[in-house]
Ligand binder design. Sequence first.
Ligand code: NAP
Length: 267
Amino acid sequence: MTAPMELGLAGKAVIVTAASQGMGFACAMRLAQAGCRVAICGRRADALERARAEIAGRAGADVFALPADLTRADQVARFATEATARFGRLDILVVNTGHIPYGGLEDLTEVQWYEAFELILMSAVRLARHAAAVMRAQGGGDMVFITSSSVREPSPHLLLSNVMRAGVAALAKTMARTLAPHNIRVNTVAPGYFDTGRVRRRIDEIVDRKGVSRDAAAREIAGDMPMGRIGSAEEMAELVAFVVSRRAGYMTGATIQIDGGRGHGLF
Ligand SMILES: NC(=O)c1ccc[n+]([C@@H]2O[C@H](COP(=O)([O-])OP(=O)(O)OC[C@H]3O[C@@H](n4cnc5c(N)ncnc54)[C@H](OP(=O)(O)O)[C@@H]3O)[C@@H](O)[C@H]2O)c1
């Protein structure tokens, strides 16, 4: 990749949720490398501490980490409050979450629906409520929500994602209008297939089963995607860093697809 773009983010106070690995981690790392002070959370204390140490070490940044389960209102509130207190402000909120189960209408239980509601939609609502109050009081800020390309093109086997992330996109779009007069921008990024999380596990499984290289397994998953490959977490992080920077200062209420050309829609 070419040299990073200067984003004017030095000294900003940032929250990135679900950031001990994958796209959340990459976003936290990129923002830390841009000079931000970064707060991260995840459920597993050991994985979170490894992530904190790696970001602090590689970026030379001030990194605050607190274990928190995004399905729990009390833990979300504690993390957001302590992170804001630690830095004395909150300039940027990046809302990322964990995975939710695959499945269609007949496959999913009542409990899975409520868990997905808490993890995807209510965590976004609770974090946004906190951030909006802080950012309004301090005179501005930026929020970005990592959703999925399913907000544009629902997938039959991703019903929970289709429904809950559409709610997050609607939340972001609504807030973009109501918070713009307060100098707060709100955007959504919608990833297709990335080499993280359960896509990464599928690659590893193909490597084990077929004895092929990781690249070959990733190309198999990419299938007929126009670019012929899946995305990297760093490519996602580069987009997020641009969107929350003032280089994207006139952009709010946007949903930006990042999917290697996989989507068929015009917009
Ligand atoms: N990978 C893709 O191709 C893709 C495409 C579209 C959308 N997405 C979505 O993007 C998000 C990130 O995906 P990823 O592939 O980067 O995931 P990942 O590599 O599996 O990482 C998920 C991160 O979320 C944390 N996490 C999971 N559940 C949590 C919870 N309840 N509370 C707090 N933290 C939690 C995990 O840490 P702990 O386990 O320690 O909590 C981990 O740090 C997911 O919502 C995923 O569905 C991914």
